[in-house]
Design a protein around this ligand. Sequence first.
Ligand code: MG
Length: 194
Amino acid sequence: MAKKKLLLDVDEVICSSGFLSAVNDFLGTNYEIDDFSDYYIDKEAIPKKQIEKFKDFVNNRNLYENTYILPGAIEIIKKLNEVYDIYICSACVNDLNVEGSGKIFMDKYNFLIKNFSFLNPEHFIFTNIKNLFKADIQIDDRLSNLDNEIEIKILFPSYHNKNISDDELKQKGVIRAGYDWKNGWDEIEKILLK
Ligand SMILES: [Mg+2]
């Protein structure tokens, strides 16, 4: 029997995006990810008059160089890979910096090749239009990315999605993989590898 297809997001699901360390290095702060509630932490943290300077700062940086891989991600994705046909599905175009976004495609690809060498790179989909791609299962930290037409939709817990109500998720047929990103992969294991 063919394996079920699984669309898997990268940022804030496999690893924390490098924007937190970029913000901290730029401002000289020690913010932690749970200090934020807006998905775009740079919008929340960087004063407006420093935004242009911050863009230049990020342009020259590999956001995936010192990124934090979420607890259990490698181990559990390895197990999932035995059972499911995994497709990475991840956005790489930064709306604030379209011209400089090519580097994000390259750095994300290199990060995945280095840390998830067991995944098939021919299954990497780098797109901001995720709903073009259909599968049996989708895992993403943004509710707006979860596709109605996909049977099993899993919201990965993250700093920016804590306030989404259980009722709303129930209405949309979305399963929440717990409430804390530190345990998100343990919850996914329970849901998909029972
Ligand atoms: Mg994400």
